[in-house]
Design a protein around this ligand. Structure first.
Ligand code: RIB
Ligand code: CA
Length: 329
């Protein structure tokens, strides 16, 4: 039994075609639950995790990614640190939401293994170059690393199998009325990424706001055993108020769930541009579904099948066996 994941019972379970992914993230509570979902999904193979400054500092997002890698059970996957700050602006953070540590009150055992050498930008370029057309990039934090990679090697827009992001909104933001956090944290990077010539699959707040960890969802998480009681439920409860019908939106998991089963999320072609100059609208993803003859640069999520999303996500969590005890705070 490989560490962290149960062996297939009986005859080798028929594995769906495996999608190789690299996750660029800023753990972060919902990033942590997205990493667990990716690891527990038999149809996904994590080829690497890159970290970026976002919810908390790069040092913290990287430390959290290293600790999650060992706790969840994928110690062989490289974790590569990236940008410590946005392209132009001073960093903002979401420590008020994720806690200064970045995982709420959860304290995972200190990681024993170090990050991989080198920079995330070079790791992204080298990984996409080595397997053109095969690797999907999923970015669930500010897009600083992705933008720098595109600027350094524009051909990654051809080499990536697809780019899926959690970010943006065509309705309301969550940092300002106009801007969602990942876009607001580095609007210039987001503008570079949307303007690079590939098709960005944008899973925004319009979709992820439906992914609520309600009381019944948390009960299902706790019923999974240690992963649920040590990580999933404590993280979700720190992330927001939980009632029978309401709860925090676990945003980042939606981008990973889309990779597992794209039918969970309806997407529409659109032209997306990112505001970088507005005093009140900086970081706004200006989404135009009326193409009027223009070529779309994005597929934008418009709705989530919530029941199937949680069924898929909790089934994946059930496959994860924590390999070390968390010290929940
Ligand atoms: O707006 C939600 C996004 O911002 C998520 O990726 C969350 O982790 C924060 O980074
Ligand atoms: Ca994130």
């Amino acid at each position: 039994m490989e560490s962290g994941r149960p062996a297939a019972k009986g005859a080798a379970a028929k594995r769906p075609a495996v999608k190789t992914i690299v996750i660029d993230c800023d753990p972060g509570i919902d990033d942590a639950l997205a990493l667990a979902l990716a690891h527990g999904s038999p149809g996904l193979e994590i080829a690497g995790v890159t970290t970026v400054s976002g919810n908390v500092s790069l040092a913290r997002t990287t430390a959290n990614a290293l600790a999650l890698r060992e706790y969840l059970g994928f110690p062989e996957v490289p974790v590569v640190p990236g940008s410590a700050r946005p392209l132009l602006r001073p960093p903002i953070n979401a420590a008020g939401v994720h806690g200064d540590h970045g995982l709420g009150g959860v304290r995972l055992p200190e990681p024993a293994l170090p990050p991989a050498p080198g920079h995330a930008v070079d790791f992204l370029i080298d990984t996409l170059a080595s397997r053109p057309g095969e690797v999907t990039l999923v970015a669930i934090g500010p897009l600083t690393n992705v933008a720098l990679a595109v600027r350094k090697e524009p051909r990654i827009t051809e080499w990536a199998r697809e780019l899926v992001i959690l970010g943006g909104s065509y309705t309301r933001g969550n940092v300002t009325p106009a801007a969602e956090f990942n876009m607001a944290a580095d609007p210039e990077a987001a503008a570079v990424v949307f303007g690079a010539g590939w098709t960005v699959t944008m899973i925004g707040l319009d979709v992820s706001r439906s992914a609520l960890a309600t009381g019944p969802v948390l009960d299902r998480m706790r019923a999974l055993g240690r992963l649920g009681t040590e990580l999933l439920a404590p993280c979700a409860e720190f992330y927001g108020m939980v009632t029978a019908t309401e709860g925090p939106a676990i945003h980042d998991t939606c981008a990973v769930a889309y990779l597992v089963d794209p039918s969970l999320i309806e997407v529409q072609p659109a032209v997306v541009e990112v505001e970088t100059a507005g005093r009140l609208t900086s970081g706004m993803t200006v989404v135009d579904f009326e193409l009027a003859g223009r070529a779309p640069n994005a597929l934008v999520g418009t709705s989530l099948d919530v029941a199937r999303f949680w069924d898929l996500t909790l089934s994946a969590y059930a496959r994860v066996r924590p390999t070390a005890r968390s010290l929940s705070g």
